[in-house]
Unconditional design. Structure first.
Length: 258
């Protein structure tokens, strides 16, 4: 059992949990909790190592997950060490080290979601979750967006990562210029605007969602012939980007139901 905070495994986990540059360099991340471990296993993504706090060795859910993991990949750690390195207030009941798969070849003929400069990890994770729930398979982000594999994004997405093809640091304007379907950009600043509920969303499309405060940049908005707006009571505050994205994606799904 690992009981020292100076153990190389523990140092590696701590780096991955706190540093985006470490995740990019090692192409690895850490899943906190049994739910994310189960989601990875359901997608046939076997972790490199699973670190189980000593007090959790009899946890029924964890024991169930470990049936799918080679015993040589399972490492016991002291509870205090687990609490110190995790990002959860109560500490994670299991920590799983997994590889980040290479980004897929960017395709311009498939439904997708593009995220520009969205900073809040919770917003990014929620959008990933809504994308997966509505049948979207491809999500692309620019270089200014929150790290898709950070602990907060992983938690907010609730396992959606493992049902999506994710590409980070993409030149979104270049992508849209070659995209073969409709462009749906949510913005209030475009000279031409259309209500979400006026659109035909039954054909190939790319959705673009922008920064929490500034929205989609003028350069990116100019790629589309119109901006999409969501009708709402004029006396209420505008929706945050995660909620707006969810409304749009579920409307697309609704229109495509048989």
């Amino acid at each position: 059992m690992i009981s020292s905070p100076d153990n190389p495994h523990i140092k590696h986990l701590r780096q991955l949990l706190t540093q985006a540059k470490a995740r990019r360099r090692h192409r690895q991340t850490v899943l906190e909790g049994v739910h994310l471990l189960q989601a990875a296993l359901n997608a046939d993504r076997l972790p490199e190592k699973v670190f189980v706090p000593h007090s959790q060795t009899d946890n029924a859910e964890i024991k169930g997950c470990l049936k799918a993991v080679d015993a040589a990949r399972v490492v016991l750690i002291d509870d205090k060490i687990a609490a110190q390195i995790g990002t959860l207030s109560q500490g994670a009941n299991v920590l799983s080290l997994i590889d980040i798969l290479p980004a897929p070849t960017v395709q311009t003929n498939i439904d997708c979601v593009l995220l520009e400069n969205i900073q809040d990890p919770g917003n990014v994770g929620t959008i990933l979750r809504s994308a997966a729930a509505t049948g979207i398979k491809y999500v692309l982000t620019d270089k200014h967006c929150a790290d898709l594999w950070s602990p907060k994004v992983l938690r907010a997405a609730m396992g959606a990562h493992f049902g999506l093809h994710l590409s980070e640091g993409v030149d979104l304007i270049a992508f849209l210029q070659s995209f073969s379907g409709s462009l749906h950009i949510t913005t209030l600043t475009h000279a031409t605007r259309k209500s979400l509920y006026e659109l035909n969303l039954q054909t190939l499309g790319a959705w673009v969602f922008g920064n929490e405060g500034a929205g989609v940049s003028p350069e990116l908005a100019a790629c589309a012939p119109y901006g999409v707006t969501i009708p709402m009571d004029e006396n209420t505050e505008s929706l945050n980007v995660a909620m707006a994205a969810s409304v749009c994606l579920f409307e697309q799904m609704r229109q495509r139901l048989p």
